[in-house]
Write a protein that binds this ligand. Structure first.
Ligand SMILES: Cc1cc2nc3c(=O)[nH]c(=O)nc-3n(C[C@H](O)[C@H](O)[C@H](O)COP(=O)(O)O)c2cc1C
Length: 210
């Protein structure tokens, strides 16, 4: 069977992590690079990801996630945050990054910047936030896939009180809001969920060729 499918069958939403098993620095670096390389609309990367190491903060975040123990027991905890709005300065920063990375004049991107400002700027703040949040779900998908490749367990999570999480992470006065948690680490040998058969629709139910 294809390695891709083997990886996808291996992974599962981990219910119980082994608190004694840690992800190595080498693998952590690969996962961070995965997040950096994820595709985003227009390449804007309107997100920030926290790698929460503090035990105290992990405890607080566990209660903000309705006591889900994976938040404190996993080896590492990523929190994906989306920009609340896309500001002109965010677009300008991106233009400067393109110009610097590709060694081209900033002025050559004037039309592109104007198009982005007009397009994204015409959306309501709520629509901008929905759009930036969607980008973090793409990053989560990439993260899950890379974790599976490395045989690192993970739990995608949106079951938390975002208001409380934003407060704990001091995001209230920033342009960021938490959209997803992803604890990563190694499954506990006593996690019964690892033995459960995957529940999925058939390909024909899910995908229709027209
Ligand atoms: C965006 C997203 C959010 C999720 N949030 C939670 C969560 O807060 N708590 C939880 O236990 N599982 C959560 N899950 C896990 C799903 O319940 C799980 O992926 C689904 O039942 C399929 O099982 P599998 O991933 O083991 O194949 C979430 C999954 C996704 C994709």
């Amino acid at each position: 069977m294809s390695k891709i499918i083997e990886d996808l069958n291996w992974r599962y939403a981990t219910d119980l992590f082994d608190p004694n098993k840690k992800v190595s620095d080498t693998n952590l670096k690969i996962l961070k690079e995965t997040l950096r390389l994820t595709a985003t609309s227009y390449g804007l990367q309107c997100m920030k990801i926290f790698n929460v190491e503090s035990k105290e903060i992990r405890e607080l975040l566990t209660s903000a996630a309705y006591g889900q123990s994976q938040v404190k027991d996993a080896s590492h905890l990523f929190i994906l945050c989306a920009y609340k709005t896309v500001r002109e300065q965010d677009i300008e920063e991106h233009m400067n990054l393109i110009a610097k990375t590709r060694d081209i004049p900033r002025e050559s991107l004037d039309g592109y910047a104007q198009m982005l400002n007009t397009t994204v700027g015409s959306w309501s703040e709520q629509n901008q936030r929905t759009w930036t949040s969607k980008q973090t779900y793409i990053a989560l998908g990439k993260l899950l896939q890379s974790c599976a490749r490395l045989r690192i367990d993970a739990l995608p999570m949106e079951g938390f009180n975002a208001d409380k999480v934003d407060e704990i992470l001091n995001l209230k006065d920033s342009n960021l809001t938490a959209t997803l948690f992803c604890p990563i680490g190694y499954r506990h040998k006593d996690d019964p969920i690892q033995h459960e058969i995957k529940v999925r629709k058939t390909i024909d139910q899910l995908i229709e060729t027209v």
